[in-house]
Design a protein around this ligand. Structure first.
Ligand code: SF4
Length: 715
């Protein structure tokens, strides 16, 4: 049994005895219902464990707890991984890590599922056409990529680099590569249709800072959440969970109240102290009403407004038109509630207004984000305990300066499929699945001359690539773990391998450095490897302490200084745009567990999401058309009946799910299903609502997600 060349793991004596005894007991066990296959099950659980590279270096029964950082999303929570005999078996939260303080969300727990996913790409692959992939060596792959890029460097503007990360040295190394080869076409996470772009752009407009705001949730006394998913999919969920004891059960006179305003009764609504329903697409009017009332009653921080802001007079003029009565007519929120909420915000200070990506995926998401910042500014809570924080920059040491060879202008991301770009390097970006009008992206990637994908999994975009360089999964990788989250103080973690890489995979950073060198840019890519490049940036930090704690946090615990806050420009005002003849609004939303689709290859997350919706686990892989009971009655639809959700773009099939708390003019569809690739667990399950979402650009410049009007047809 102990034959590693055969891919088998060692079995200890106790397990052998157990097998022997179970074989003896098999005739008896087979009489017990459900036990007829005990023999095989025990066997498969013990002696057939997959071989783990490097396991021979572990002592029998050896158990370790290793610090790293979760890489299942960009919050990058600090984690502690239990590793037994070389296998990662459990993920726990690192108490020192500020986004999660010792807890971990379901997606983080399943980092192990991603590591041991049977459909991982196990070696570099070259596409031989007609779905035939051939394994090649790294040196061959790097030679082919370098030769091809050398040809393409004559016209670098025809090369695009898509890097689905917002922060971190891996993004910076790809960006450096773009600068060195001279292409302006570098795109990061903020270009995606499902991203926090509107908030990032609002922060840049208002504070001159291109970063997410931080919120001191542990010390606030009042949270006004407008359409956000603070108890669901964002990092707020973790922060709130760890703060919720204090928030919900603290000393009565001090505990924070959570008021959630949304168009439907979400999981976040169910966790809030109070829920107020607002019409879909009217968050901006609600926020304007709150700003109106605060200014009208003089309930704003006059010192802060005088000393640290600009544009207040224009803003005050702008909000004059949004008196509570008008807001009630447009939003459905009672005027007395507008008055009450604005007073609660003022008298409960420190209080915060929070919007997140879910609140801001309308075409006017920038306006919504900007208004939320303006109300926070009126409350005078900027960089104050319990308020909104500008997160300070972390003083990473720089790499050696390079000269940028970029000439010409960057092509707008949404126009990329119609451009003459014919060469793509793609890292953690899957536009063929995750962008609206994904058929455009499919055609674009199909017709491109040369595409390289750096992905651990065969997702839809990788499937159309010419070469796939399989990246390590996060539990095998060394890199910085800078958090894209709403923690109030600067902090970052260290992501370290907790197991020996299972397959012939490499950190994409190593490969991009090698390609840079092959292209003759040795001076720019002077690093031996990506780990050395990361360590160079971290030389101002006590690395031993960082490795021991797994997380570094700004000891000064203060916000970043800013010049002047700029109130929302009245010219920004616009209503959300809608496309289509249907009489229902399509609201595609991110799953509470498997996100916008990036966790759809993990069955546990799919089934968890179904159970949280009250749907049987065997239906976890269906797409649901979630509607109110009165709409179902009007359309004569029953629960779990098959329907088409359709518009001018096409139709998707779904099962009716009748839920309380959904407006009669809205259809909810969870994002994340309908993969055409991405492994056995995700492929061919359910439908992708992006198939019927037309491309309409948002104020922030990316594709808006809430734009489709649809109808429901019985099948
Ligand atoms: S919030 Fe993100 S980083 Fe944190 S545990 Fe969940 S998936 Fe991992």
């Amino acid at each position: 049994i102990d034959d590693k060349r055969e891919g088998k793991a060692k079995v200890d004596l106790k397990k052998r005895e157990l097998i022997k005894n179970s074989i003896k007991l098999a005739p008896i066990l087979s009489l017990i219902p459900g036990c007829s296959s005990c023999e095989e099950e025990i066997y498969s659980l013990s002696s057939e464990k997959p071989y783990v590279p490097g396991a021979e270096r572990w002592h029998e029964g050896e158990e370790k707890y290793l610090k790293s950082a979760c890489g299942q999303c960009q919050v990058s929570c600090g984690i502690i991984v239990r590793v037994v005999e070389g296998r990662a078996v459990r993920v726990m939260g690192n108490p020192k890590s500020s986004p999660n303080r010792g807890i971990v969300g379901p997606k983080g727990l399943t980092s192990i599922f991603a590591l041991y996913d049977p459909d991982r790409i196990k070696s570099p692959l070259i596409n031989r056409g007609k779905g035939i992939w051939e394994e090649i060596s790294y040196s061959d792959a790097i030679n082919i990529i370098s030769e091809k890029l050398k040809e393409k460097l004559k016209e670098p503007n025809k090369i695009a680099i898509l890097c689905g990360r917002q922060k971190g040295f891996i993004k910076e190394i790809f960006e450096r590569f773009a600068q060195v080869i001279g292409t302006p076409n570098f795109y990061d996470y903020s270009e995606k249709s499902f991203s926090t772009r509107a908030i990032l752009y609002a922060m840049r407009e208002s504070f001159g800072v291109f970063d997410l705001p931080g919120f001191d949730l542990e010390n606030t006394r009042y949270i006004l959440s407008v359409g956000s998913a603070i108890f669901e999919t964002t990092c707020h969920g973790l922060m709130l969970s760890r703060s919720s004891y204090k928030i919900k059960y603290g000393v009565p006179t001090q505990r924070a109240k959570i008021l959630h305003v949304d168009h439907f009764y979400s999981h976040t609504a169910s966790q809030a102290d109070e829920f107020i329903q607002v019409k879909f697409g009217k968050y901006h009017i609600f926020l304007l009403g709150i700003a109106h009332q605060l200014i009208k009653e003089g309930k704003y921080d006059k010192d802060f407004v005088r000393e640290k802001t600009q544009g207040f007079d224009d803003f005050a003029d702008f909000v004059k038109d949004f008196a509570p009565q008008r807001v009630e007519e447009e939003t459905g929120v009672l005027s007395k509630d507008i008055v009450r909420i604005s007073r609660e915000l003022w008298y409960s200070r420190p209080s915060v207004v929070i919007v997140d990506e879910r609140s801001t995926l309308f075409t006017n998401g920038l306006l919504i984000s900007s208004l939320s910042l303006s109300i926070n500014a009126l409350l005078g809570n900027i960089n104050k305990p319990g308020g909104l924080f500008l997160v300070r920059d972390i003083s990473f040491a720089p790499w050696k300066q390079i000269n940028s060879n970029i000439k010409g202008n960057k092509i707008d991301f949404s126009q990329l499929p119609d451009s003459d770009v014919d060469t793509l390097l793609i890292y953690y970006f899957n536009p063929v699945y995750s962008e609206v009008e994904n058929s455009r992206w499919r055609k674009f990637i199909e017709k491109a001359d040369f595409v390289v994908s750096f992905s651990p999994f065969m997702d839809e975009t990788s499937y159309l690539a010419d070469i796939i360089i399989p990246d390590h999964t996060p539990l095998e990788r060394f890199e910085d773990a800078q958090s894209l989250s709403s923690i109030p103080y600067a902090g970052f973690g260290l992501r370290k391998p907790v197991v020996t890489p299972l397959f012939n995979t490499k950190n994409a950073g190593d490969v991009i450095i090698d390609i840079g060198k092959k292209l003759g840019f040795e001076d720019e890519f002077y690093f031996d490897n990506f780990e050395k490049a990361v360590r160079e940036r971290l030389k101002n930090f006590d690395l031993d302490l960082l490795e021991k704690d797994g997380w570094w946090e700004d000891p000064e615990k203060k916000g970043k200084d800013f010049n002047k806050f700029k109130f929302t420009d009245p010219k920004m005002f616009e209503e959300p745009k809608w496309v289509g003849e249907g009489d229902l609004y399509l609201f595609p939303y991110k799953s509470i567990s498997y996100a916008e689709g990036s966790g759809a290859n993990i069955p546990f997350l799919m089934e968890l999401s179904a159970r949280l919706k009250g749907v049987p686990a065997y239906m976890a892989y269906e797409t649901f058309c979630e509607i109110s009971s009165s709409l179902a009655e009007k359309l004569k639809l029953r629960n779990f009946e098959d329907v088409y959700i359709s518009n001018e773009k096409g139709k998707i099939k779904a099962k009716v799910l009748i839920r309380d708390g959904i407006p009669d003019d809205v259809v909810l569809v969870e994002l994340g299903k309908g993969h055409t690739e991405f492994g056995r667990f995700a492929k061919g399950k359910g439908a992708n609502p992006r198939d019927i979402i037309p491309l309409v650009k948002s104020q922030a410049g990316n594709a808006a997600l809430y734009v489709a009007r649809v109808k429901i047809e019985k099948i």
